[in-house]
Ligand binder design. Structure first.
Ligand SMILES: C=CC1=C(C)c2cc3[nH]c(cc4nc(cc5[nH]c(cc1n2)c(C)c5CCC(=O)O)C(CCC(=O)O)=C4C)c(C)c3C=C
Ligand SMILES: [Fe+2]
Length: 514
């Protein structure tokens, strides 16, 4: 435990301490680390199915040509617009790959752009087996259940989206990040095209892939826009990619690599520290402010049963940011809590709301909230943190409240993402990356299939994080009521689907597949 860390009474997590940069598996998170498996020459990669010659030995690199800037520009012919880079310095490593076209696919969640989009967006989210994992026997109920839950949840979600201007800003921000990343790559002499593929709303990952095919991309770097890896976010997007890749002749011949998480990168850590330092200056007594990292939660079972590295990466990320701040003589107290839980099952603790109340009770007067799991403003920063948690903090006795903005298009951050892409290029198509440099995160570089095999290989059935309704007074009663409710709903749905009669048919919710 770091000296400045505030441990809420609700907290049970031990924090890891590490230096920066650090090798993998040397932190408290190492219990989640399954790296040694990657050292085995397992025959699991999509790229391996695709092209047998991609099984390159460790440290083997593709032959990179040292083209001049002009040469480099025409290496990528398709659809990069009229942008011309001039006077850009040559990079010594020369990460251009032959004459082949390079693409970068940014993966993100997606969000409803209008209030009418909210229910279908929620349907897509709850229809994702990485969000609600039904027992195998009941998987045919995934879509009816998703429809049911999305219809019930939509009014509450709509209120939230209405309060932030009638829709999610996610698409606009992600598009802007993609454009800045493209410019940064060009400035670094890597003429790549950048695509955006969202998991639950437009532009869908499938749309991005269609464009990648049309553009004739031969080598693809997949970059989820989540700093830390979770089965429910990056994992879900990779799962989808895996299924798209598997069935497509073109994609089978396209080599790729995935940067599964990048929370430990120097540029990201420094950018976060810059934002925190700047916001602290806005308080009358900056040194008395508690830095409050708030991460999006996941159900505890994801971490404890399925081996999701999310919590370990989050704790390590917070430690790295605090170490960077310490180097700048900023030694404020800090804490990490998890927000946005949905449904009755236990999520990662401590919960943000309980921690805020706890800090108020302990006499903390100034709090700086730092959203840490996502790099764009979204409903949970603009509504949950800025409105709900701020109100709760003020009611709990906290007098001074501040919030660090999301990174968005911060130049240092974007430039670092571009460096991450460039550093990953030698590994495009390479399997079993056992080079230490390439394995700084708990989830190392690798192909889609390889990563999914490393994390979440058994694809365990997990208790669903959401349920249709909750009641009861105690947590345990809530949990059991929730489970009973879920069971009842499943039985009802089963009866509906098999008999074709019931209240969902009466309401016109079923049948879904007309
Ligand atoms: C790292 C970030 C995120 C994790 C982990 C995550 C897990 C997770 N989320 C839900 C349920 C919902 N998420 C919703 C919106 C939403 N989620 C994230 C990020 C993570 N989710 C973002 C950035 C957003 C907002 C997008 C936007 O439009 O601005 C929603 C919809 C909003 C609402 O109704 O509250 C739901 C529902 C689960 C169940 C889960 C883990 C299993
Ligand atoms: Fe979410």
């Amino acid at each position: 435990m770091r000296s400045g860390r505030i441990q809420s009474s609700a907290s049970c997590s031990a924090s890891s301490s590490s230096t920066f940069p650090h090798p993998p598996c040397l932190t408290s998170a190492s219990r989640h680390c399954k790296l040694p498996r990657l050292l085995l020459p397992r025959a699991v990669s999509i790229s391996q199915r695709v092209s047998r010659n991609c099984l390159v030995p460790e440290m083997t690199q593709f032959s990179f040509s040292k083209h001049s800037n002009t040469d480099r520009k025409h290496l990528f012919h398709a659809g990069v617009g009229a942008l011309e880079t001039s006077n850009t310095q040559a990079i010594s490593t020369g990460p251009l790959i032959g004459e082949e076209k390079i693409g970068v696919l940014l993966l993100n969640l997606g969000g409803p752009e209008t209030l009418d989009d909210v229910q279908p967006f929620l349907f897509n989210l709850f229809a994702d087996p990485d969000i609600i994992r039904l027992p195998r026997l009941f998987c045919f109920l995934q879509r009816p259940l998703a429809k049911f839950i999305s219809v019930l949840r939509a009014p509450k979600s709509k209120e939230g989206y209405a309060s932030i201007g009638g829709g999610s800003p996610l698409r606009r921000i992600t598009d802007a990040q993609a454009e800045e990343l493209r410019k940064s790559l060009w400035e670094k002499n890597v003429p790549a095209k950048v695509y955006v593929g969202m998991r639950y709303w437009h532009p869908f990952t499938e749309e991005a892939i269609e464009q990648i095919k049309k553009d004739g991309i031969a080598k693809l770097v997949v970059l989820p826009l989540y700093p830390q890896f979770s089965i429910s976010t990056s994992g879900s997007s990779l799962r989808l990619l895996e299924s798209i890749f598997r069935d497509d002749e073109y994609l089978v011949n396209m080599q790729h690599t995935v940067i599964p998480s990048w929370y430990q990168r120097e540029g990201y850590i420094k950018s976060m520290a810059n934002l925190i330092e700047k916001e602290l200056q806005k308080f009358d007594q900056p040194e008395k402010v508690v830095i409050f990292f708030s991460a999006h939660g996941v159900p505890l079972a994801y971490v404890e049963e399925a081996g999701d590295p999310y919590k370990a990466e989050m704790e390590e990320c917070v430690d790295l940011i605090m170490e960077e701040l310490e180097k700048r003589k900023i030694t404020n107290a800090y804490t990490l809590a998890y927000q946005s839980r949905v449904g009755p099952v236990e999520w990662l603790k401590p919960y943000t709301d309980e921690t805020i109340i706890d800090l108020g009770r302990k006499g903390v007067k100034s709090l700086l909230a730092v959203p840490i799991s996502f790099v764009s403003e979204h409903i949970e920063t603009l509504e949950e943190i800025d409105v709900e948690y701020k109100e709760l903090a003020l009611e709990s006795g906290i007098q001074n409240w501040g919030r660090v903005p999301a990174l968005g298009c911060e130049p240092m951050f974007i430039s670092d993402l571009a460096d991450a892409v460039i550093e990953s290029l030698p590994y495009v198509g390479a399997m079993a990356v056992s080079n230490l440099e390439a394995r700084q995160s708990l989830v190392p570089l690798g192909s889609v299939e390889e990563l999914l095999a490393t994390y979440d290989s058994q694809r365990r059935e997990l208790p669903p994080p959401v349920t249709v309704w909750e009641w009861g007074w105690t947590k345990s009663a809530e949990t059991w009521n929730g489970r009973a409710a879920m069971l009842a709903v499943l039985v009802l749905l089963l009866l509906e689907v098999t008999t074709g009669k019931g209240f969902l048919h009466q309401w016109g919710i079923l049948p879904l597949f007309r």
